[in-house]
Design a protein around this ligand. Structure first.
Ligand code: F6R
Length: 248
């Protein structure tokens, strides 16, 4: 894993947004679609803000962009304010010219009996689009990427998972109490993420410093799923000083 440390998250986020914009434009120039894997949460907010700014200034179009989000709570209604569907529209999709048909977010309302097939279809759709050109990631304090919690297998695909207790504690404030946080989620798997041609992971702040040290310097283990990224050939971890503070 290659890592880059920045003074502040805002500046780093701008650079990441520019890399994404350059990729979109490069693909546009070749008449190709650009397939982006996207994350929610606090980490990528400034990246989306910058992409929206570029679009508003007339410097970037999302006409050729296809997106696949990493995850969604289950069960979850899209119109619910805590849904990742809502998050993505609020921070990105409502402000750019992406074709709504090109937006893919796991559906938190799929009937239980259809979940298995739904997850297989999500995986196949990514494949049929030619795979993810770039995957944006945050990291949870458990070491999860997407919602691949400790114990996730290297070969895992899109599936329903049980959220770790720590993950639910961290989400509690968004839900007005841990008792309201869903217990499950649909998430892309480790293998889904590892097939991305380029991976950019973002981590900001002191509370990520321990898990970042384990991710970058620790042994590869299913107990810290983010360590699997050490096997990926084109991953960069973008950090602020605080998140990098435990690195040797
Ligand atoms: C979100 C996701 C999660 C978050 C992680 C960090 O789509 O897949 O892995 O990236 O929980 O969340 P924040 O950025 O809020 O610290």
């Amino acid at each position: 894993i290659h890592n880059e440390v920045f003074e502040d998250a805002a500046h780093a986020s701008k650079l990441v947004a520019h890399e994404i914009a350059d990729l979109i434009k490069q693909k546009q120039g070749m008449g190709e679609q650009c397939v982006l894997g996207l994350a929610t949460g606090s980490s990528p907010i400034k990246v989306y803000e910058e992409l929206v700014n570029m679009h508003k200034e007339g410097l970037l179009s999302f006409r050729n962009v296809v997106t696949f989000n990493l995850d969604e709570y289950y069960p979850m209604q899209p119109e619910n304010r805590q849904s990742y569907y809502h998050f993505m529209h609020q921070h990105l999709f409502d402000h750019v010219d992406i074709n709504p048909e090109n937006i893919n977010i796991p559906d938190g309302e799929v009937p239980v009996e259809e979940l298995h097939q739904y997850c297989i279809d999500y995986e196949m759709k990514i494949k049929h689009c030619g795979g993810l050109d770039l995957q944006l990631l945050g990291i949870g304090r458990t070491g999860h990427i997407g919602f691949n919690e400790p114990g996730s297998h290297y070969n895992s695909g899109t599936r329903i998972i049980t959220l770790d207790h720590i993950t639910r504690v961290d989400a509690a404030s968004d839900f007005n109490g841990i008792e309201n946080v869903p217990k499950k989620a649909i998430t892309m798997g480790i293998s889904t993420i590892m097939k991305a041609k380029r991976i950019i992971m973002l981590a900001w702040g002191h509370k990520k410093s321990d898990i970042i040290k384990e991710t970058i310097e620790g042994e590869i283990t299913s107990e810290v799923p983010a360590t699997y990224l050490q096997r990926h050939k084109n991953t960069v971890v973008i950090l602020d000083n605080e998140a990098a503070s435990e690195l040797t």
